[in-house]
Design a binder for this molecule. Structure first.
Ligand SMILES: C[S@@+](CC[C@H](N)C(=O)[O-])C[C@H]1O[C@@H](n2cnc3c(N)ncnc32)[C@H](O)[C@@H]1O
Length: 186
């Protein structure tokens, strides 16, 4: 089955987890991966799906061994293992990275539809990521709406500031990429 076919089938089975009918397009995936450089020792992608953003991350020159993927959906994890040998694929919610993942991450790239989730789950995901990231490292989140993709409560709780990309009209639906960092961190 093609990546698109797999994505659609899983969306029909688990719409509340996946929340998008089609995978992220190439232009938005490239924007998500812009913070990545080949010399980064450790990066995590959460909500990797069928791997469009993963591909863009590796196209930046990052060695597969430096990349950990977290994905809830077991069928997507099988596809990710096939497509991206050398990466570490965890069939786990991103919140559990504290139990299994590498620390001092240089970036966390998120395709998880966080804004659709209640504050306590947003807090668990962002809190886990920040625990695992080195100070000042970027948490990159894709979104489709007009507002920042983390609630104000969560942004204030963790002291997050953000930069955002221009709207990417080539994506379906048009997307924006937010890069969050903790205020005061270097
Ligand atoms: C909108 S899809 C994006 C998939 C892919 N990143 C892309 O851009 O095409 C969201 C993905 O996040 C996964 N997901 C949802 N909640 C998650 C969580 N707490 N931890 C890890 N993955 C999660 C879903 O299974 C789904 O694959």
């Amino acid at each position: 089955m093609s990546d698109l076919g797999l994505f659609l089938t899983q969306f029909i089975r688990r719409p509340s987890e996946i929340r998008a009918v089609v995978p992220t397009g190439r232009a938005a995936a490239r924007e998500m991966a812009r913070v990545i450089s080949p010399d980064m020792p450790a990066v995590a992608e959460i909500g990797a799906g069928t791997g469009t953003i993963t591909r863009a991350i590796l196209n930046r020159g990052l060695p597969p061994a430096a990349l950990e993927l977290y994905e809830l959906n077991a069928a997507f994890c099988d596809r990710l293992r096939q497509l991206f040998p050398g990466t570490r694929v965890h069939n786990l919610p991103a919140q559990e990275m504290v139990n299994v993942g590498r620390r001092d991450l240089d970036a966390v790239i998120s395709g998880v539809p966080v804004l659709a989730l209640p504050d306590d789950i947003q807090t668990a995901i962002v809190g886990a990521a920040l625990t695992m990231m080195r100070p000042g490292a970027p948490f990159v989140q894709i979104t489709y709406g007009p507002n920042p993709p983390l609630s104000e409560t969560v942004r204030n709780r963790f002291g997050l500031r953000h930069d955002k990309s221009p709207r990417i009209w080539a994506n379906l639906p048009p997307a924006q990429v937010y890069v969050f960092r903790q205020k005061g961190a270097t």
